[in-house]
Unconditional design. Structure first.
Length: 195
């Protein structure tokens, strides 16, 4: 059976940092991304909102899901999810979603799926590049990031980028029989150090 190929992105994005590249997801990337995200009990999921189950996908349903996500973007709207690449290898993704578009407030996220790239500064560089890009191409008032109190690495990354703790909702995340807090962090346009 011939596999259906999609024209993925309406626009192509390619952002180069010192060690990382953020780029548009292409159809050829889907199998590698699917394997990294949906392998049996992935390590990254223990830190990235593990209190929400990972939505199961076959390779074909994941490809359709990615295609539909890109097609929902409005004309001129930046892609909401890019690959993080290091030396030509996919290590994760960065994302954004509108928390409240009329107020020009969006939330960003990052997933480093390959644990060999944890604690090496790759996530900090990727998220900095991503936030800088979003502030430059959109008239944003603020960028937020939500995590949970067990994910101390994510909170440190946000602090390194100048984000401030804006809210702590106590005992909102139950995981493995223990309660954790929801952490809201953010940065305003006038606080961002444009690179």
């Amino acid at each position: 059976m011939r596999q259906r190929r999609f024209k993925m992105a309406k626009t192509v994005t390619n952002l180069k940092g010192v060690r990382v590249v953020l780029r548009t997801i292409e159809d050829d990337d889907i199998p590698a991304l699917w394997k990294m995200i949906y392998q049996d009990e992935p390590e990254w999921k223990k830190w990235d909102a593990p209190y929400y189950p990972l939505e199961p996908h076959t390779l074909d349903s994941y490809r359709s899901h990615e295609y539909a996500r890109q097609q929902r973007l409005s004309f001129g709207e930046p892609d909401s999810r890019l690959i993080i690449e290091v030396d030509g290898l996919i290590i994760g993704t960065v994302t954004y979603y509108w928390e409240h578009k009329p107020s020009l407030w969006l939330e960003v996220g990052i997933g480093i799926y390959d644990s060999d790239y944890w604690n090496g500064g790759y996530g900090t560089e990727a998220l900095s590049l991503w936030i800088d890009h979003l502030f430059q191409i959109l008239p944003l008032a603020r960028v937020g990031l939500t995590t949970w109190s067990r994910n101390e690495r994510m909170m440190r990354v946000a602090e390194k980028l100048g984000m401030k703790m804006e809210g702590r909702l106590r005992k909102t995340r139950l995981y493995e029989g223990e309660y954790y807090d929801s952490i809201r962090m953010g940065i305003l346009r006038e606080e961002w150090n444009f690179g």
